[in-house]
Design a binder for this molecule. Structure first.
Ligand SMILES: *[C@@H]1O[C@H](CO)[C@@H](O)[C@H](O)[C@H]1NC(C)=O
Ligand SMILES: *[C@@H]1O[C@H](CO)[C@@H](O)[C@H](O)[C@H]1NC(C)=O
Length: 807
């Protein structure tokens, strides 16, 4: 009964079962309860005793187990009368879920046959731990799962029965989940996780939990499973830029594609939720044109034309967006670095292209303004001009410059200037711009006319035609146009008491000097006067030059015999004594020639003689000398004709008759020459005729004068009437011609030089001067005279008119 006791001890509530078993035993049935999993050979029960049988009986009766279901688990030891475990008994295997679990068999005895039924109840032992089918439960839970969300967990299984079966689940401690358990109708326990606190993938992308399933056995057994929770990303994080402001620098004119910077935004989400795209946001049109951003890499490059002069700084806003709608923005400040890409620009504000040559130093010629769109050094400008030019640049206001004259101008040296203004900035390399101003210097009448020669001289043959051109004088004026237009004037000087304009006339336009009248060398040998050239400036400038006109001699005067005097009425004779020796000087023929030079170089020749052998004439000095001794045979009256010739081309000559008386006494001579007529009445008559003729001539002259003046006035009036309807034309008469035309006579103021030479060794000159007409009256028979004297001779019409010699 140890077993019973044992059982009793084991479980107090088995009392009832034990009681029932006691009843059955009496009726030949035995019932044992044994725990499962007993060792082989373990005692199940003392059958002999429980059946009230002797061991011998058992042996003799050859007690044995008649097979029954599951009889193999037990074996009967007949020697000891006990029932032992012959094979391991697993309740779970034997009965599964069925409870209580028992099997029965019969023990048979022979001699007599006895049949006893034995029932063995297998009691559960907590030999199984609760277990899960898998080791790991993988769960994927979105981090966006809401609180209270339920997640079914796999149930554990414990084959043990009753209290040994699964009793509880325990979840490892965590922040997010709680466990809720419930049983279904079958009594199977389930566990469910409830989300208590939102998940954050970014914080805990993975959560590992352990679920413990425990039974109620003693010792308690448990099984566990790992719950691996993968938190699935939800797009709950916006992208975040690594910097709030990015700064970058770009040179202007940077080519397209130039790298500027890369922006980077990170998104804590994963997968597609962390895919960030970049774009410009809220940019002004031009910025968007000038830059582009790679939407995936965030690389910003130049895409347009960067011009420092337009924008010195760009501020761009870049937006980073994930696949959801979350975004972040950052600012990019791009500073543009200046490049010297703009040349200076010169702007002429005012410029006078014509400037007078007499402007003072420092006169402003132009005002200009220079600009450079670049900045700093690149926009710093220096202006210059060619230093050889007489100009300088002065800075007035900032960026404004004055171009000033820096020297006196002289249009005559340089009439125009090309002033090239060069504006250069200070960049590297420097850029420059040039502007050329074309400046003209206007003329000021600052140059007097200058004659081409320091003095002018010319010569003209006397007896020229009036109006003949003598010479041309020329002056030049280096000024311009009107200031260089020269007019020529005769300075009013006197030549031999007459105004010079009575000799020559000057064409004021071209400087031609021509004769007004025919010159007479014997009266005037040279004309010296001043010509003034005056320009047309205001005020005009002028200069003087002296003009010297030499009048050249022509052989127009025959020699004049002064001695011996030729008288018409009386005969003069030279006396030669008969005793005269050879070479006796009889007389000397004295002649003059008013011409000069060769034309006045006289030679004497004996042309005719009564006795050629007696006399000779000195060809140079005109001395008549005897050639031989005078003899008694020589005639008393000797008549010699001496010809005086000048050396002109052609030569002119005069003849003189010399009467020589060869006598010893004066009375002898007188008697010889008394046959010459000598009448006193004749002389009285002559005086009367002269007075008469003079009166007639004077009357004729005055009459002519009146007639001519009347005709002149009449013609002048006629011309006035003729030209009255059209332009008034005043007939021009050269001032010195008018006299000639008006009266037909010339104003004569002649100055004759008369030389008388008595001997070749000494000469004696006198100047005869007369206010009106100074006429040398010569013997017409012996000499060719000037024509104008000829006319007067005609009036007188007296072949033997008295001679008057002013010597
Ligand atoms: C100035 O330039 C013009 C045209 O370029 C040229 O005809 C002229 O001769 C130049 N003048 C001077 C003084 O160089
Ligand atoms: C020119 O001559 C005139 C008269 O002889 C004189 O008055 C004048 O001063 C002179 N002019 C010059 C420039 O020599």
């Amino acid at each position: 009964m140890e077993t019973r006791r044992c059982l009793w001890i084991l479980r107090p509530h088995w009392n009832l079962i034990l009681f029932l078993w006691m009843v059955s035993a009496t009726s030949g049935q035995i019932r044992y309860s044994i725990p499962e999993e007993m060792k082989k050979g373990s005692l199940i029960g003392n059958v002999a005793r429980d059946l009230g049988l002797d061991v011998r009986r058992l042996r003799s009766g050859r007690a044995r187990i008649v097979s029954g279901e599951n009889a193999q688990y037990t074996a009967l030891n007949p020697d000891k009368g006990i029932l032992v475990v012959s094979e391991r008994i697993d309740r779970e295997e034997l009965c599964g879920e069925v409870a209580p679990c028992s099997f029965s068999f019969e023990i048979i005895l022979e001699n007599p046959i006895e049949l006893h039924r034995v029932t063995v109840e297998i009691l559960d032992v907590n030999d199984h731990a609760p277990s899960f089918k898998s080791h790991i439960i993988n769960l994927e839970i979105s981090e966006s799962a809401t609180i209270g969300s339920l997640f079914d967990l796999e149930s554990a299984y414990d084959p043990d029965a009753g209290i040994n079966s699964l009793q509880n689940y325990i979840l490892s401690t965590n922040d997010n989940f709680a466990l809720k358990q419930h049983s279904n109708a079958d009594g199977i326990r389930f566990a469910v996780m409830i989300l208590q606190k939102p998940l954050d993938r970014e914080l805990h992308p993975h959560i590992s939990l352990k679920l413990l399933a425990v039974d109620g056995g003693n010792p308690q057994r448990s099984g566990s499973v790992n719950i691996e929770i993968t938190v699935i990303d939800a797009n709950d994080n916006p992208p975040v830029f690594s910097q709030t402001v990015y700064k970058a620098m770009v040179e202007e004119n940077a080519p397209k594609g130039t790298y500027i910077t890369t922006v980077n935004a990170s998104d804590a989400d994963s997968g597609s939720n962390s895919l960030v795209t970049y774009s410009f946001s809220n940019v002004k049109g031009k910025s968007a044109e000038n830059f582009e951003i790679d939407s995936f890499s965030g690389k910003i490059t130049v895409s347009g034309y960067i011009d420092y002069e337009k924008d010195k700084r760009y501020e761009l806003r870049v937006l980073a967006k994930d696949q959801g709608s979350l975004s972040d923005a950052t600012k990019i400040i791009i500073d543009v670095a200046d490049i010297n890409d703009n040349a200076p620009v010169i702007n002429i504000m005012s410029f006078s292209s014509l400037i007078s040559e007499d402007v003072g130093l420092g006169t402003t010629v132009a005002v200009f303004n220079v600009k450079d769109a670049d900045s700093e050094r690149n926009g710093k400008i220096v202006c210059s001009i060619d230093t050889s030019l007489p100009f300088k640049i002065q800075s007035s206001l900032s960026d404004y410059f004055n171009l000033l004259s820096d020297a006196a101008f002289d249009r005559e040296k340089k009439a125009e200037y090309n002033i090239t203004i060069l504006a250069t900035d200070s960049g590297t390399p420097p850029l420059s711009t040039a502007v050329t101003l074309h400046l003209k210097i206007s003329d000021v009448n600052d140059n007097a006319p200058v004659f081409t020669k320091p003095s002018f001289s010319a010569s003209i043959m006397e007896n020229n035609n009036p109006g003949v051109s003598i010479l041309n004088i020329k002056a030049e004026d280096s000024d311009w146009k009107q200031n260089a237009r020269i007019a020529y004037f005769l300075e009013d000087t006197d030549v031999s008491g007459n105004p010079v304009s009575s000799y020559v006339t000057l064409n004021s336009d071209n400087g031609d000097i021509s004769a007004v009248r025919s010159f007479d060398y014997e009266q005037i040998k040279q004309l010296v006067f001043i010509v003034r050239a005056q320009d047309g400036g205001s005020p005009p400038l002028s200069s003087n030059v002296s003009v010297n006109i030499q009048i050249q001699d022509q052989n127009d005067n025959p020699p004049q015999v002064l001695y011996p005097v030729q008288t018409a009425g009386s005969v003069v004779a030279e006396m030669v004594p008969r005793s005269a020796d050879v070479g006796y000087l009889v007389t000397k023929v004295v002649a003059v020639d008013v011409d000069s030079g060769q034309n006045a170089w006289l030679s004497y020749k004996l042309q005719k003689a009564t006795d050629r052998a007696l006399f000779e004439v000195g060809s140079q000095n005109g001395e008549i000398r005897t050639v031989r001794q005078v003899t008694e045979k020589d005639l008393l009256k000797q008549r010699l004709t001496v010809i005086v010739e000048d050396n002109g081309q052609p030569s002119r000559s005069a003849t003189v008759i010399v009467n020589v008386a060869v006598a010893d006494s004066f009375p002898e001579v007188l008697s010889e020459f008394s046959d010459f007529p000598h009448d006193k009445d004749y002389n009285d008559n002559l005086t009367f005729y002269l007075v008469l003729v003079l009166a007639v001539v004077s009357f004729l002259f005055i009459t002519c004068l009146v007639v001519i003046i009347s005709v002149k006035i009449y013609r002048w009036r006629q011309s006035r009437i003729l030209y009255h309807s059209s332009l008034p034309v005043i007939p021009y008469y050269p001032p010195r011609y008018s006299d000639t035309l008006g009266t037909g006579t010339l104003p004569h103021t002649y100055n004759y030089e008369v030389c008388r030479t008595t001997d070749s060794r000494k000469s004696d000159c006198k100047f005869g001067r007369a206010g009106s007409q100074n006429v040398l009256i010569m013997d017409p028979s012996s000499t060719g005279t000037m024509q104008r004297i000829q006319s007067e001779k005609n009036i007188l019409d007296e072949p033997d008119s008295p001679l008057e010699v002013s010597c």
